[in-house]
Design a protein around this ligand. Structure first.
Ligand SMILES: Nc1ncnc2c1ncn2[C@@H]1O[C@H](COP(=O)(O)OP(=O)(O)OP(=O)(O)O)[C@@H](O)[C@H]1O
Length: 321
């Protein structure tokens, strides 16, 4: 094809190629980058694709909720980000650590120092024969940093105070309520100043009032310590109180809900405005919400039209022909 037939000059093609080359790498300014993440489980010859090319970017200091139906892949994603499981393909980076190529030694350091986790089952978070303050001190001892014994003790005490469980310092887990155990668990997870705190259904076994206190403790850690936090939750009240909720469907991020506070210009009254967005991946794939496509009988093919400021999507008018 000649320049005349395409209407594009060689100079223009070179300019476009240079622009593509100079474009910053995907996720270059994110603390957590999941790029087309795939995790396939094989059991008895049957393959389950738990993550099917999941993309997710999280900036430093964010507090986000991950929601999705049972089996959508939330725990699989958390286990990958926690360094407990390895993805089958794609890329995942947290605080500069490449989760696919890390050596066993780096993985251990990553789990001890870069991420902290809080699980739904308190028994998984705390050692039953240690007091609260001993549980919080233990990760600091295991990390083997040069911090002195007195400094470790002081940090444990201040974390317990920050999370409002200082009165539980000498109690063992069975001597605390479920909510107190989870707040001590958050202190344990924060002991080594992790960049990221991962919480998988941290309020799942608690009544709504206690769940609210545990969520408030996570928010405090986010605001006071600046820790980036990801919470997997089924709890609508948690999901509706964070500024960003990411929904996972069939192993991919499908929609995001962003909330921001708006002030009415005339009354000065503040209100939270929530807006749901569909995710567009780098190949241009868009997952339309099932209720939207079903409402308009959209299946297999749709018609697209590019307008000045939007793209129109219509049901296929040749369907049935
Ligand atoms: N170790 C495993 N071996 C085989 N299949 C697995 C394994 N772990 C998860 N899966 C499958 O991967 C899919 C995603 O599971 P995952 O636990 O990540 O979902 P989830 O969104 O966390 O669900 P829930 O809300 O019920 O915890 C499911 O189909 C599940 O059966």
């Amino acid at each position: 094809m000649t320049e005349a037939s395409t209407g594009v000059t060689l100079g223009e093609l070179e300019r476009r190629a240079a622009a593509r080359r100079d474009r910053p790498e995907y996720g270059h300014d994110a603390l957590i980058t999941c790029d087309r993440l795939v995790r396939i489980f094989s059991t008895d010859g049957v393959e389950v694709q738990a993550l099917q090319g999941l993309d997710l970017l999280v900036r430093e200091g964010e507090l986000i909720a991950l929601v999705g139906a049972s089996g959508s892949g939330k725990s699989t994603l958390m286990n990958v980000l926690a360094g407990l499981d390895e993805p089958t393909a794609g890329a995942a980076k947290v605080a500069g650590c490449d989760l696919l190529t890390m050596s066993a030694k780096d993985r251990l350091r990553y789990r001890r120092e870069v991420v902290g986790f809080v699980w739904q089952q308190t028994a998984r978070n705390l050692l039953p024969y240690l007091s609260a303050v001993q549980n919080v001190t233990l990760p600091m001892q295991l990390a083997g940093r040069t911090r002195k014994k007195a400094e470790r003790a002081a940090r444990a005490e201040s974390l317990l105070s920050l999370l409002e469980v200082a009165d539980c310092r000498d109690r063992r887990p069975h001597q605390m309520s479920g909510g107190q155990q989870q707040r001590v668990s958050i202190a344990v997870a924060l002991a080594n100043e992790p960049s990221v705190l991962l919480a998988d259904e941290p309020t799942g076994e608690l009544d709504s009032q206690t769940a609210e206190q545990v969520f408030a403790a996570l928010r405090m850690a986010n605001q006071e310590l600046g820790t980036t936090i990801l919470i997997v939750t089924h709890d609508q009240s948690v999901a509706s109180e964070v500024s960003r909720t990411v929904a996972i469907r069939d192993g991919r991020t499908s929609t995001e809900t962003l909330r921001r506070t708006e002030v009415d210009a005339t009354t000065g009254q503040e209100s939270v405005v929530a807006r749901e967005y569909a995710m567009l991946d780098r190949a241009g794939r868009l997952q339309l919400p099932a209720d939207h496509t079903e409402a308009l009988g959209m299946r297999v093919r749709v018609m697209l039209e590019l307008e000045a400021d939007h793209i129109g999507i219509w049901p296929d008018d040749t369907a049935g022909h």
